[in-house]
Design a protein around this ligand. Structure first.
Ligand code: KG4
Length: 344
């Protein structure tokens, strides 16, 4: 079993994963309410919360499943907020020593990459490798508060980043847009909710598309355009047109994501067998619907992460530590002196 810890931002999470049986348990403590008061995540406050939350979560994991079968501890070692990552790594190192098992560092983004395959594993754990062979090469889109990127996984499970955002991430664009509109934090779900009653063609916002063959994303122009629009409108008009503004703004974000993903599929020349969608913005109803339709048209399997694995979670970190060859081999944190790493 792999015991995984995640604390890169504002969720403290612990998971236990068994290759033969899948996720044996997940324990998470969210700080969203704490940071909502400040309109965004405050790093030092987040670190203090992680310090408070890890021990009770680990106690529950130990009581409900137990650590007797743990052969490895996995921990998110970046990217993320430095004081938060440091606490997770320190806790993992202590656990590695206490349980006499090695500790592996997992890149948070590799967690998002593999979260799209967790449902495939859950369906048939022992048949996972064979099924994965049918789903590779894979094209994936990660859309979170901090990242927006397109990547591929080849037949050897090797990751290659195709494109990223040049400025804001998609979730960041939604969060900042929501702030400008006077909605709360995090803004993505609030814009999603408000846009249900609005017309997506009411306002024209830029798509930040760039050259036809360019896969890179850009969302900062969109945010600026919303700010100018709001400044021209005045408060009463903004309040009246809020659903239309939200629907149009959200459509601009989703259009850009769908268009670039479609372009990457085209550029792949029919090689991809599956399309993944992960990260917090993957919860967006319209984005899911449109990418599912696109995948169907291209005859590739659509693999969206489950809602519980779109945001930060330790389940995806445990799974990546097992499924990703680079996590298994290259990113060991050699923190247990004298302990052999071979065969783990
Ligand atoms: O993966 P995640 O937790 O981000 C990082 O830690 O980087 O995702 C959080 C992001 C936030 O920007 C939030 O506004 C967005 O995901 N989000 C959504 C929805 N639910 C969460 N964006 C659009 N529609 C949603 N339903």
């Amino acid at each position: 079993m792999i015991l995984a810890l995640e604390s890169s931002c504002d969720e403290t999470a612990v998971a236990l994963f068994s290759p033969e049986r899948g996720l044996a348990g997940e324990w998470i403590s969210s700080q969203v309410a704490t940071h909502a008061r400040h309109g965004g995540v405050v790093p030092d406050l987040a670190a203090r919360e992680h310090l408070r939350n890890f021990a009770p979560l680990l106690q529950r994991a130990q009581a409900e499943v137990g650590f007797a079968a743990v052969t490895r501890v996995a921990v998110t070692h970046g990217p993320g907020l430095a004081p938060c990552l440091a606490l997770g790594v320190a806790a993992a190192q202590a656990l590695g020593r206490a349980l006499h098992v090695p500790v592996v560092g997992v890149n948070h983004l590799r967690g998002h990459v593999w979260s799209a395959f967790l449902p495939v594993h859950a369906e048939n754990p022992t048949g996972f490798s064979a099924r994965l062979d049918e789903l590779l090469p894979h094209l994936g889109l990660i859309v979170s508060g901090g990242n927006t990127l397109l990547f591929t996984l080849d037949r050897a499970r090797r990751l290659q980043v195709l494109a990223a955002t040049r400025d804001d991430a998609a979730g960041e664009a939604l969060d900042k847009g929501a702030k400008l509109l006077g909605l709360g934090y995090p803004g993505g779900p609030l814009i999603d909710q408000a846009s249900r009653a609005g017309r997506a063609d009411a306002f024209d916002f830029p798509r930040g598309i760039g050259a036809r063959s360019d896969l890179g994303f850009s969302f900062s122009g969109l945010k600026t355009s919303l700010r100018y629009r709001i400044e021209k409108m005045g408060l009463a008009e903004v309040a009246r047109d809020l659903p239309d503004l939200c629907a149009s703004y959200q459509k601009a974000v989703v259009d850009a994501l769908v268009r670039k993903t479609g372009l990457a599929l085209e550029q792949g020349g029919g090689q991809y067998r599956s399309l993944g969608l992960s990260g917090g913005v993957a919860n967006n109803r319209r984005l899911r619907e449109r990418l599912a339709a696109r995948a169907q048209r291209e005859r590739v399997a659509f693999l969206p992460s489950r809602p519980e694995h779109t945001g930060d979670n330790a389940g995806m970190i445990a799974f990546a530590a097992w499924a990703d060859p680079d996590c298994r081999l290259a990113e060991f944190l050699q923190v247990v002196p004298g302990l052999a790493l071979e065969g783990t």
